[in-house]
Design a binder for this molecule. Structure first.
Ligand SMILES: NC(=O)c1ccc[n+]([C@@H]2O[C@H](COP(=O)([O-])OP(=O)(O)OC[C@H]3O[C@@H](n4cnc5c(N)ncnc54)[C@H](OP(=O)(O)O)[C@@H]3O)[C@@H](O)[C@H]2O)c1
Length: 274
């Protein structure tokens, strides 16, 4: 009886200490407190949702933008207003030196980089006869070359527990309509790169994965666009994803809990490719 009373007293003491610490903000209830992240193309759409969710989980988040300076400034203000740290960096994905500089600025500002999210992308849709070499080069520069450059530059600074997550597309796996050849080519290139890089960085405790969203309601693919009904018809869950659906999964993948997942392509598309 005396032992049971003592155990209960001890439990109550631990509970009291926990409550006191929580009240003082001493206990870390967020998955990513202390982590530093860089998101490419964080000013709008899926990238902006990822920036917000990483910050909500406690990370300090730098992100790049190309044309949306005002949106980038508003996003930084929103995150700083919630007591978290954020930094917007102007960097065109098509310019390798700008991407390298964005990684270095992140490290110089926050002291390190733990998480890289390769998100920025463009979507040029045309039948093969209409595609130009300029379309090809632009798509490869933004969707593929920048991923290589940002990953290489970030990996040099990452320590054990580092995360490289690239946003691909379910069109890398299955192409159910015409006009997508160039975009699909660029997104499927990310699968091979992810697998190879996972092998290079696995021994250092850094994981590398590619997330393949399906139709997600953004400026790139609005849920009331010309092809949206056709896309909904392909889905097991017949609705567009929200950017937050992708952000929630990416943020979990950036956390310690995902530590044994690497070299994987992870599809989040409401069952479109099922
Ligand atoms: N939405 C979908 O249905 C869907 C499905 C599968 C995969 N994805 C992929 O998800 C990622 C995000 O797409 P989203 O739907 O959020 O697109 P979005 O609404 O068009 O936003 C694109 C983002 O990428 C940035 N960006 C574009 N070109 C850039 C460049 N040259 N340099 C730097 N940043 C650039 C934009 O920044 P600025 O505004 O500052 O230019 C913006 O923040 C892309 O990789 C896309 O391929 C999207």
């Amino acid at each position: 009886m005396l032992i049971i009373t003592k155990v209960i007293e001890f439990d109550l003491f631990v509970y009291y200490i926990l409550c006191r610490s929580l009240h003082k903000g001493e206990v870390n209830m967020n998955k990513l407190t202390g982590k530093i992240a860089l998101v490419t193309g964080g000013s709008r759409g899926i990238g902006a949702a990822i920036v917000k969710r990483l910050a909500a989980e406690g990370a300090s988040v730098a992100f790049t933008y190309n044309s949306s300076q005002k949106k980038a400034e508003l996003l930084v203000a929103e995150i700083q207003g919630s007591g978290k740290k954020s930094l917007a960096i102007a960097a065109n994905n098509a310019q390798p030196l700008a991407i390298k500089a964005a990684v270095e600025k992140t490290v110089a500002t926050f002291g390190k980089i733990d998480i890289l999210i390769n998100n920025a992308g463009i979507f040029i849709v045309k039948p093969i006869a209409d595609l130009t070499l300029e379309d090809f080069e632009q798509t490869i520069d933004v969707n593929v070359k920048a991923v290589f450059v940002a990953s290489q530059a970030s990996a040099q600074h990452m320590e054990e527990g580092g995360r490289i997550i690239t946003i691909g597309s379910n069109l890398a796996e299955h192409v159910p309509m015409g006009g997508m050849s160039l975009y699909s080519l660029s997104k499927s290139a990310l699968t091979g790169f992810t697998k190879g890089l996972a092998r290079d960085l696995g021994p250092k405790g850094i994981t590398v994965n590619v997330v393949h969203p399906g139709a997600t309601n953004t400026d790139m693919n609005p849920d009331n666009g010309d092809h949206s009904d056709g896309l909904r018809d392909l889905m097991a869950i017949p609705r567009y994803g929200d950017p937050e659906d992708i952000a929630a999964f990416v943020t979990w993948l950036a956390s310690e809990e995902s530590r044994f997942i690497t070299g994987a392509g992870l599809t989040i598309d409401g069952g479109t490719n099922a």
